[in-house]
Write a protein that binds this ligand. Sequence first.
Ligand SMILES: N[C@@H](CCC(=O)N[C@@H](CS)C(=O)NCC(=O)O)C(=O)O
Length: 226
Amino acid sequence: MKFYHESHGCSLAVDIVARELEIPLELIWVEMSNKVLPDGTDLHSINPKGQVPVLEFAEGQYLTEGIAIMQYLVDQRPDCDLGAPAGSPERYRILEWMSFIASDLHKGGFMPLFKKTTPDDYRQLARQHIKRRLRWLDDHLAGRNYLIGSRFTIADAHCYAIVIWTKRHDIEISSWPNLEAYMDRIAARPSARAAVEAQQVQEAYEAKARAAQFGSPNTTSGSTSQ
Ligand SMILES: N[C@@H](CCC(=O)N[C@@H](CS)C(=O)NCC(=O)O)C(=O)O
């Protein structure tokens, strides 16, 4: 299956889940500064929202929204333990976490920090919002290895892919020891290591291509609308 990915986007979560499940994905890296696919096609032709992640889960059929894609992948492996059966309380806990991560932490928290046009005072508000949410996550993780308890689920892949942005925005997580240990625990998983490395390789490649095009050593990605 083709998976449309970005060098530092939330699509990382899907790649981690696919690697956990050993579902091979063909990674198609989208240049988000101009939203074009490697063959020059406009990203909007496969996702009118102009966003990644996107999974081509059947010929010409594109599934968007990370939560839906991760649930789709889990459903391909009914015996895996990355999700939970319909009707079980754990299933709704996982959904509860992923809704929080996508709306509150990603869009409500980090998105304004990626936009160059966000005014400084709003930027400060967003940082405070993120810190309050991270402190709360830290409290929740006391005595737990993962969000719903002792096992890693798609909610943890999702959470990791968003909280990792603290590094880009100089938000120090060492004052939240449970959260820091949680991030280290996930970072040590072979799936996360490989997925992060793939993004780093792509980001370095894009920086080099930009430098060649514009003659500048600028290494920051052109994407500003996480
Ligand atoms: N609700 C979507 C949001 C996806 C999203 O915001 N993706 C970012 C990359 S992390 C993106 O494509 N941003 C470009 C834009 O919104 O214009 C999801 O959770 O999958």
